[in-house]
Ligand binder design. Structure first.
Ligand code: F6R
Length: 611
């Protein structure tokens, strides 16, 4: 995730900006840059790569002497691959900005501004915001007003810090749906996206509210509302250590990332919804005409990404009635897969670097298939080599166990399935819009509700933490969820787990059930409820302890289970979203109870670049 730091004060700004960026490194980034005002000009130094490259570039530049005000940024690419030109800051000789978030209407703003003579030099959405602010500033000559006016035009999420050549000792900032904090110290004032950026200098900070503008200078900070009226703000004190601050106050990155899921879903879906509410693929080869002609889909991925693919298969087959296979990358790449004309191969990867998935992608391409990648890391190998890419905008995932990346992979697949079903005439426009609306607005709310059930999840984990074996059973989409729940739990708790299609247990595995073995039964489909409950009875009568997860509104007979989890209700097809959050929380608490290293489970790496 990108990071922002801004400083104004009596000290030399450059080391302070670099310190701030260093403290934001943990968020993950692919490029970095700074802008300062020096001798009546905005000076920018930026580069692809790590902070060492930026420091080196600063040494080599003719950027000498002490400056007292500036902005800095670590970029995690969203629009445009990691490169020197796409790095922040962006702007003109007059106005320069750094930005976190996504400007959804950047394309239309860009053509409007080009029409008025603006010259763009990057592929970023940020540059459209920068040149818009510059354009507005030239008309009104007032930085605060130009930010207010720009916020009327910008669609999407943003935290922006800006410097204006004509106001050399000040940094201006505004935000919508992306955090920004002002901090005050004896040495000057700060603006930052995150507390660690200024913690070395001060722990006194003020949170900027939605739509507010902040102006910092050597003497402190001023705040304005959208009418440019001054706003009084309350100063808070951060009692966190640097390590606690990096995790946003959560005990682990995994927990922080689970809590980021509502935002991650809106970030992934929001930019791909048209003004009239239809999902957009934004890829020529996936026009409605091309989608309508598809004959078969192959989804290829590893681990959790493959499990997201299994959910995708269910949804694509249900909505678009198109046969869809899901294959493990390491199997697909060595099995001489049968691919026909009109087949689409979708590869899914959080990191975009998984060796087996990259190998599978190359094989599919060599066989002439059109390849679409669903990837979280911009400019990664898989993203570069696939014919088309749908980026998931979850921000970097630091915990080894994948949580938010899984959820956004599902979101991208739902959007794809809805558009595909519409293109194939299986959904009317109204149905497609209603589903897209549910995905964009109702799912984040349902995830929030699931997050509120954390205490119940912790209770279940505590109760069953000494188990040697745990089973997950379910049917249909619930079975796909079971596979992921089982992987997540074994991965971080080191307890042996198995996931089974509920109706399959009696064909062999049920012999493993004995007194007290926990069986998590997922039953969120009305149509399959009775069938799954029959399977629950089969294992219960052999001594299993049952933890039943049912959709809110279903009756759960206390006789049939030891514990019940009522999953916040959304339409049946969308139940994987709240269900998976609960299962992730349960896995997290198992690991916590066992005293394991939650974020770095043994024997595992975040990115598997060997086959
Ligand atoms: C499990 C997990 C792994 C990854 C798998 C694929 O929590 O994170 O199973 O999902 O290694 O990684 P990516 O998505 O980077 O290709």
């Amino acid at each position: 995730m990108c990071g922002i730091i801004g400083y104004s004060g009596g000290e030399n700004a450059l080391p302070i900006l670099l310190d701030g960026l260093k403290a934001l490194e943990y968020r993950g980034y692919d490029s970095a840059g700074v802008a300062v005002i020096c001798k009546n000009a905005v000076r920018v130094v930026k580069t692809r790569g790590k902070l060492e490259s930026l420091t080196q570039k600063l040494k080599e530049s003719d950027f000498k002497g002490s400056v007292h005000c500036g902005i800095g940024h670590t970029r995690w690419a969203t629009h445009g691959e990691p490169s020197d030109l796409n790095s922040h800051p962006h702007g003109t000789g007059c106005v320069c900005i750094v930005h976190n978030g996504i400007i959804e209407n950047y394309a239309s703003l860009k053509s409007e501004l080009i029409g008025r003579g603006a010259v763009f030099s990057s592929d970023t959405d940020t540059e459209a915001a920068a040149l818009l602010i510059d354009d507005l500033y030239r008309k009104c000559g007032d930085p605060v007003l130009s930010l207010i006016k720009a916020s009327d035009r910008l669609v999407g999420s943003y935290a922006i810090a800006a410097v204006f050549r004509d106001f050399p000792g000040k940094v201006y900032a505004m935000r919508r749906d992306s955090p920004l904090i002002v901090a005050l110290s004896d040495k000057g004032s700060f603006i930052a996206s995150d507390i660690p950026a200024f913690l070395k200098y001060t722990n006194r900070y003020i949170r900027l509210d939605e739509g507010e503008i902040a102006v910092i200078s050597e003497n402190g900070a001023e705040f304005f509302d959208r009418e440019k009226a001054p706003v009084k703000k309350r100063c808070e004190t951060a009692a966190w250590t640097l390590e606690e601050a990096e995790k946003g106050g959560y005990a682990h990155f995994m927990l922080k990332e689970i809590h980021e899921e509502p935002y991650a879903v809106s970030q992934t879906v929001g930019p791909r919804v048209s003004d009239d509410g239809m999902p957009l693929m934004g890829i020529d080869e996936l026009s409605d005409e091309k989608l309508a002609g598809l004959q078969r889909i192959h989804i290829v991925a590893c681990g959790t990404a493959m499990h997201a693919g299994l959910v995708g298969k269910n949804v694509i087959e249900k909505l678009a009635a198109l046969p869809t296979d899901v294959e493990i990358s390491s199997e697909f790449r060595y099995k001489d897969p049968i691919l026909f004309e009109g087949d689409l191969v979708i590869v899914i990867s959080q990191s975009g670097e998984t060796a087996d998935t990259l190998g599978a992608l190359r094989l599919a391409k060599s066989k002439g298939a059109y390849t679409l990648a669903i990837v979280n890391v911009i400019g990664s190998s898989i993203a570069r080599e696939a014919d088309g890419v749908i980026y998931t905008y979850a921000g970097p995932e630091i915990a080894v166990a994948s949580t938010k990346a899984y959820t956004v992979q599902m979101s991208a697949l739902y959007m794809f399935a809805i558009r595909l079903a519409y293109a194939k005439g299986k959904l009317s426009q109204k149905e497609a819009k209603d589903m897209t609306h549910e995905l964009l607005y109702e799912i984040p709310k349902a995830i929030e509700k699931a997050l509120a059930l954390e205490e119940k999840c912790a209770h279940i984990a505590k109760k069953y933490v000494n188990s040697k074996d745990i089973f997950f059973i379910g049917r249909g989409l619930d079975y796909a969820m079971c596979l992921e729940a089982s992987l997540k739990l074994k991965e971080i708790s080191y307890i042996h787990c198995e996931a089974y299609a509920a109706g399959e247990m009696k064909h062999g595995t049920i012999s493993l059930i004995e007194d007290g073995v926990p069986v998590f039964a997922l039953a969120t489909s009305e149509r399959l409820l009775k069938k799954t409950l029959n399977n629950v009875l089969e294992v219960r009568s052999r001594g299993a302890s049952i933890i039943l997860a049912v959709r809110e509104g279903f009756e759960a007979d206390g006789e049939i289970c030891d514990d019940v989890l009522y999953v916040p209700a959304v339409s049946e097809l969308f139940m994987p979203f709240p269900v998976s959050v609960l299962l992730q929380l349960i896995a997290y608490h198992f690991s916590l109870c066992k005293g394991n290293d939650v974020d770095k489970p043994r024997n595992l790496a975040k990115s598997v670049t060997v086959e």
